[in-house]
Design a protein around this ligand. Sequence first.
Ligand SMILES: [Zn+2]
Length: 483
Amino acid sequence: MVQRLHKHPSTHAAAAVVALLTSVSLVFGQTKIVAPENKYSVQDDVKAGREAAQEVAQQLPMLRDDGVDGYVERVGQRLVESIPSEFRHSQFRYTFDVVNVSDLNAFALPGGPMYINRGMLQAAKNEGEVAGVLAHEISHVALRHGTAQAGKATPYQVGSILGQIAGAIIGGVAGQATSILSQVGFGAAFMRYGREYERQADLLGAQIMARAGYDPRDMASMFQTLQSKGGGSGVPEWLSSHPNPGNRYDAINKESAMLRVNNPTRNTAEFTQVKSRLQRMAAAPTTEQVMKQGGNRRTTSRDPGTQYPSGQVGRAEPPSGRYETFDGGNLFRIAVPSNWRELQGNDSVTFAPEGGYGNFQGQSVFTHGLQVGMEGSNARDLRTATNQLVQGLAQSNPQLRQTGAYSNVTLSGRTGLAAVLTNVSDVTGDQERIALYTTRLSDGSLFFIVGVAPAREFNSYRQIFNQSVQSLQINDGYRSSRF
Ligand SMILES: [Zn+2]
């Protein structure tokens, strides 16, 4: 179920790698690294990473211990200051967070947000090994591997993959709130790198370490430490699917031989203190355990809504006459009744009254309210894309029917379609009505609003849906230039 956070190259990914991007420069005594071609702007990295970081914060528990965080931050910043000038981007902001999970993993998002699992810190033998992991991840960011990788995908994949990472809302199917982690994995695009990118991150990481006064051979030694910790759970995430790690140690050690470091930092008192501090804390859960409990998302853990026993009618609080504007990141704003709860899905956001949403047979459902979402689409036109969405909805709602033709509407000043669908509620077994509104974003993605209410209440709810739809403001200008 749980996807790996940092997917190192799989065998098929390795086979797909084409060009060798590096060449040996004898003049400088270190391997010259050339960042891969990238059709996105540096600002794209920043935006995509920032939005994905919000998702990470919602899904994963951060340790938030000043002693530990401060230490990792200091080691990290020391490395960041040693990034060679040609790979510096003034817009990037490297931040370091410790995730309170036991798995051996670390990952970085475009533009600089970096995460290291507590398990990784506890496995490291010394500060040099911690620096090795961070230097490797910093290098992926500095070389902009995430967006370079995404740029290799087909146009359709780019839309959907970057949408998944960057947007908090995508591909929503009414009543199905699946975690982005379990569905596509963080970094479907950004963290599954080919062998060549890994090689670059190793080499640049080694160079950064040396410049910062660490011994790059500690990076190789961290790989060995991780290898030895695999234990019952198999190969640690961070190392998983390295086709031949032996070559990596050799390559790093070879590079290290060209890099002269006097008195490298290896063991520090601070590192020892941090390790014993972590040792004294309650054991961390695994990422899988966190995900089984619905992630770190507060709305799910603290507020599961109604647990519907089968056949029970959802009795929803009536909508207040007052509207409040919800700010959907950079992408949209919409006004909804002020007493409606905001239920963040990773691919959509649902607004529903108390008693109008909940959990039914293990699925998130809502009987009253509206859902705003977005999904990648390769359809030729809005009508085709909308048909595909309706088909998708029908898959999880087999009794869904469209009652008439689409009507043309205006959504946030752009061409849109509207339709009314009928369905039989899973929860109540009663007829319900669905008001669907769609429009396309400039990258071709489909933006949709789905309003749901029991048939007998539909006429009054429809007015609310219309009011919300009229308040909708879509701002996808930044998307058109990026994606
Ligand atoms: Zn890597």
